[in-house]
Design a protein around this ligand. Structure first.
Ligand SMILES: Cc1cc2nc3c(=O)[nH]c(=O)nc-3n(C[C@H](O)[C@H](O)[C@H](O)COP(=O)(O)OP(=O)(O)OC[C@H]3O[C@@H](n4cnc5c(N)ncnc54)[C@H](O)[C@@H]3O)c2cc1C
Length: 324
């Protein structure tokens, strides 16, 4: 039987409930859960899983994922320690900021302001990590990760590290070229040096607006669907009369129809059922196919995955490709 040897046990636990590591607070246990603080341990673990055929999933802050109630039979990797570091290099009027993959976007934003660096405002209000946000090209009205992105370091399953630049990232709306078997280790961002007060004020106004308009009192994962071209997923779901619709402990938010809330005891299956309901209703009523921004992770069945995905090119499911 494949296993994780004792050498890794200081940072790998067994049967860890993934509901503790997702902002929706749903998801079953991971057979193994690794909190990895340094590159040597990470490389050794990834190589071991490769040799043993243990599937891997990479998790950031868990703010854009729906993990199956069955959990995951492989190993979930979450970065910490040395991957939480930030520094910068000054080049005349510019500075390049380098952030580890586990740095929270709020911390990166504050770092920029504290050091008089402008250009990181796309991080505002997004509760993810640098790794997850770069992978997703996260963004808002203030911009997207791609705007200031310079390059990132990626770890492949064979232990090799690649530096991928902006062009090779093929950034588009909430996607990039990063695959499920590639792990972001760090990323570098372009900034300009100068007074930050006006930008800080703009960011603060934006954060106040979000606080007033988002249903943050319950566990959630932000927007569930990407906006279709020229429209808003929330508007379409609301027009189908689905605000407040419930399955089990999950609810389509009254305040924002593109959000699903865990009202206390929701399961991932409840959330999936609401995603199917919203998707089917919008397609029937408007002929518009909504695509999930949320990523399905873990041991979902093929039928469950197909129920919320239109084409085989849809990347909203990433079980972790196992090890070859
Ligand atoms: C209250 C709230 C508000 C939000 N607002 C926004 C918003 O305004 N704009 C927006 O774009 N999103 C928003 N989100 C969604 C989410 O915060 C972003 O998509 C964020 O970028 C996800 O980062 P994460 O670290 O949580 O990634 P996770 O949710 O942990 O993972 C997301 C995907 O990235 C992969 N991944 C994670 N880390 C790495 C890594 N180091 N290397 C490779 N792959 C990795 C995972 O395998 C998964 O496929 C919001 C979420 C919440 C809960």
């Amino acid at each position: 039987m494949t296993t994780i040897p004792p050498a890794f046990r200081s940072f790998v636990s067994e049967n860890e409930p993934l509901s503790r590591h997702t902002t929706l607070a749903v998801g079953g246990p991971a057979r193994w859960f690794a909190r990895v603080d340094g590159r040597e341990d990470l490389r050794a673990l990834v190589r071991h899983c490769g040799t043993e055929g243990i599937a891997l999933i990479y998790l950031g802050a868990g703010s854009n994922v729906l993990v199956s109630d069955r959990g995951f039979t492989g190993c979930v990797v979450r970065l910490g320690g040395a991957f939480c570091e930030i520094d910068h290099e000054v080049l005349d009027a510019r500075a390049i900021v380098r952030a580890g993959a586990a740095v929270k976007l709020g911390k990166l934003l504050r770092y920029g302001f504290d050091h008089g660096l402008c250009g990181l405002q796309s991080c505002a209000g997004i509760p993810g990590t640098v790794g997850g946000a770069v992978m997703m090209n996260a963004g808002s009205k203030l911009g997207e990760m791609k705007d200031s992105f310079l390059d990132c370091e990626l770890l492949h399953r064979d232990g090799l590290v690649e530096v991928r630049d902006r062009e090779a990232m093929r950034f588009a709306y909430r996607t990039s070229s990063i695959g499920a078997d590639e792990l972001v280790l760090s990323a570098r961002f372009n900034t300009t040096r100068g007074p930050v007060d006006a930008l800080r004020d703009e960011v603060e106004r934006f954060l106040e607006f979000r606080k007033a308009t988002q249903p943050l009192q319950f566990h959630n994962c932000g927007s569930v669907f990407s906006n279709p071209p020229g429209d808003a997923a929330g508007r379409l779901i609301e027009a189908c009369g689905l605000k407040g619709a419930r399955v089990g402990g999950a609810e389509i938010a009254e305040q924002h129809a593109n959000w699903i809330l865990n009202r206390g005891a929701a399961t991932a299956t409840d959330v999936l059922a609401l995603i199917q309901l919203a998707r089917n209703s919008v397609r029937e009523r408007f002929g518009v196919v909504l695509h999930t921004e949320l990523r399905l992770l873990g041991d979902w069945t093929a039928d469950e995955i197909d129920s919320i995905r239109e084409t085989t090119n849809d990347t909203s499911y990433s079980r972790g490709g196992g090890a070859s």
